[in-house]
Design a protein around this ligand. Structure first.
Ligand code: GCW
Length: 662
């Protein structure tokens, strides 16, 4: 018998058939172990019970539950486990006990058990225990209240429409459970570029509307946060100034927080972008970043709120003629001297790379450099520079490298996670499209974000294999071939988009497709400075000095073109086209080869995908096939434009005499 009635809003139809919007929570019909009862202690949240009930039916069918059964799944709280942690283990009597440290822990424990069972791991041997390495695991939406999404490639916003909060309850519930199933515990629902009507999301009129979203997410242990405009006091209430030392501005934010917490008692806090890309901020008012951030932090502090203060600050009105300014240096130069000045509920939010979510970048030297200030690592799940969810691109493969990147004293970034870096944020790749992510296989990136945020030491291979099994079932052929195709896709895209860490050869307007000099003479600070002889920026001590921002051992490695990781060569060095790579090829020949190979690799991917036709649900097969064809066109465009560009620039032909357009 069911332990309690499910509320209407939580009923998700679990048909026997694959549906794209179930994502990785598909019905699967795995081998039935034996009937079970479901028992739980009184402090277990109703949603954990519901998810366990529905989830087991999804995996094993309706008959899994039988009130008379001898064995049980029992859910309980066990305060001895670490925060948000869980244990799911055999109880020795044919059943399983799921213990969670707290309400969230039981929810995560249930989803972990379901994941194990759906992946075909043995029911009787189930034994998983885990707790998150990083306490705050956040999704950042770049959604606007008009319903559009900045850098969104999967339809309109799930949350907003026509200037206000507007959503389909069932869809948000589905989204919340998908996020909870991968361990997400906070969500920022609006864009960091807070413009126009978006500024009003914290107005008296709109807070109660936003609170309706918070109410849904809360059930799944997810706290809601908002991006705010630093000048809100001026823009919303006509105060003369937003100066963080001005008493009026200070008390405005205090009152605003009181107002927000009346409607959203567990409000997570504010995400703030200032002093960059046409945003005002403390710097524009002659104040420091710390003064700006602390004003907001002190207003949130009595309620347990946090300020995520973005470090993506640089001069976006640079003169391309001036080679003394080097954009990647800006965040460290600005923030490092202010280490220790930020309140304890401020998290400095740093993008993984010092440039901007390029296919290949070193890690930002600011990550781990702030010894007395908390940081948040920002990753981008939406594929802005990585193929717009048209081209297949495994971000798990990229993030695995980000986490492995050396961070001084023999430590990798993953070693700092949860310690110096107390939170992790991912820019969402979802929208109203039926399959959430436009490209069905891009669901794997959202899945991987959650899993790696929980445990940054998991391998890209493991989480990708998991996603494939959960999404497309235990078909051997698919399980063998698809993870590999997904995992290799990052390298494939890199070959035709950005070999040797070059980056920025994209169309300026939208960042898809090639434009070798698109950014070259702009004000954005993103140049490769290709001439007929050499290419790349010298960022060594002899050049812009950017390498000096890293610890001595890392700087030494990057300084020398012979020890610098080859895939980052042109990020740190300016080199002649004749420079010889480890393969023995010249730099120019490598660029030609990579672009030809990129197209061949996409053709091979298409071939492989075709061979899976009978094993993949029709809807997913058709939509992915269509995108792969578009990707092939894109890869060819990149190959021909970039190779022609360098051939015209250098006059040196491809030594393998392949077609280049003179
Ligand atoms: O480079 C830029 C992106 C913007 C984004 C910005 C940021 C939300 O192209 O679309 O704005 O980064 O991260 O603030």
């Amino acid at each position: 018998m069911r332990p309690r009635q499910r509320r209407e809003a939580f009923i998700i139809e679990c048909g026997a058939n694959y549906k794209e919007h179930f994502a990785w929570l598909q019905p699967c019909g795995n081998a039935f172990p034996h009937p079970l009862r479901l028992v739980s202690s009184a402090d277990v949240p109703a949603i954990a019970i519901d998810e366990c009930w529905e989830g087991m039916k999804r995996i094993f069918g309706e008959n899994i539950w039988n009130n008379e059964a001898a064995s049980a799944i029992s859910l309980e709280i066990d305060g001895s486990l670490s925060r948000e942690g869980y244990r799911a283990a055999s109880d020795g009597a044919g059943g399983i006990r799921v213990s969670g440290a707290d309400a969230s822990g039981v929810i995560y424990g249930v989803f972990a058990l379901l994941r194990e069972l759906a992946c075909g791991r043995c029911f009787y041997g189930a034994n998983v225990e885990s707790s998150p390495k990083v306490p705050l695991r956040i999704i950042n939406h770049w959604d606007r209240t008009d319903g559009t999404i900045e850098r969104g490639y999967a339809g309109d916003s799930l949350f907003f429409k026509d200037g206000g909060v507007s959503f389909d309850v069932a869809r948000i519930v589905e989204y919340a459970r998908l996020l909870a199933s991968i361990g997400i515990n906070a969500i920022v629902v609006n864009n960091v570029n807070v413009n126009g009507n978006d500024i009003r999301l914290i107005s008296k009129e709109m807070i109660p509307e936003v609170a309706k979203l918070a109410d849904i997410f809360r059930v799944y242990g997810i706290r809601l946060a908002l991006s705010v405009h630093f000048e809100s006091p001026v823009m919303l209430d006509c105060l003369p100034s937003a100066d963080p030392l001005d008493e009026n501005a200070i008390s405005w934010w205090k009152r605003k927080c009181e107002e927000i917490y009346r409607f959203i008692p567990d409000f997570a806090g504010f995400l703030v972008k200032v002093d960059s890309e046409f945003r005002g901020g403390p710097q524009a008012l002659g104040r420091s970043q710390a003064e700006g951030a602390n004003m907001l932090a002190r207003a949130l502090q009595p309620f347990g709120g946090i300020v995520w203060w973005r470090c993506f600050i640089y001069n976006n009105l640079q003169d391309w003629r001036d080679s003394s300014i080097d954009r990647p240096k800006a965040p460290y130069e600005l923030f490092k001297p202010q280490d220790g000045l930020f309140d304890s509920n401020v998290m400095l939010q740093v993008k993984n790379g010092p440039s901007d979510f390029q296919v290949r970048e070193p890690n930002s030297p600011l990550l781990g450099a702030m010894k007395h200030t908390k940081e948040c690592l920002e990753l981008q799940i939406t594929q802005e520079y990585t193929g717009h969810q048209i081209d297949l691109y495994s971000l798990a493969s990229q993030w695995e490298e980000v986490f492995a990147f050396p961070s001084g004293s023999g430590r990798a970034l993953s070693d700092l996670m949860g310690d110096e870096i107390a939170s992790i944020a991912g820019v969402a790749n979802v929208g109203l499209d039926d399959n959430w992510t436009g490209h069905t296989l891009a669901q794997a990136n959202l899945y991987a974000f959650g899993r790696l945020a929980w445990n940054p030491r998991l391998s890209a291979k493991d989480v990708t294999e998991e996603w494939v099994k959960l999404t497309f079932g235990l078909d051997k052929k698919v399980n063998e071939a698809l993870p590999d195709m997904i995992l290799r896709s990052r390298k494939v895209y890199e070959k035709y988009n950005s070999p040797l860490g070059l980056g920025w050869m994209v169309n300026v307007a939208h960042h898809y497709g090639p434009s070798p000099e698109g950014y070259e003479f702009t004000k954005w600070g993103t140049y490769h400075r290709a001439s007929c002889k050499a290419i790349g920026i010298d960022r060594t001590a002899k050049g812009t000095g950017f390498t000096r921002q890293y610890s001595a051992e890392i700087a030494r490695m990057l300084e020398d073109a012979r020890t610098c990781p080859e895939e980052l060569l042109l990020y740190f060095h300016r080199l002649p086209y004749s420079f010889e790579l480890k393969s023995g090829e010249t730099l120019l020949q490598h660029i030609y080869d990579a672009h030809f190979e990129g197209v061949e690799d996409v053709e091979a991917m298409i071939e492989l995908w075709r061979r899976l036709e009978k094993h993949i649900p029709k809807t997913a097969f058709a939509s992915v096939s269509k995108r792969l064809e578009m990707q092939l066109e894109n890869a060819k465009e990149w190959r021909d434009v970039i190779n022609t560009y360098f051939f015209r620039m250098t006059g040196i032909p491809d030594k393998r005499r392949r077609k280049i357009y003179p």
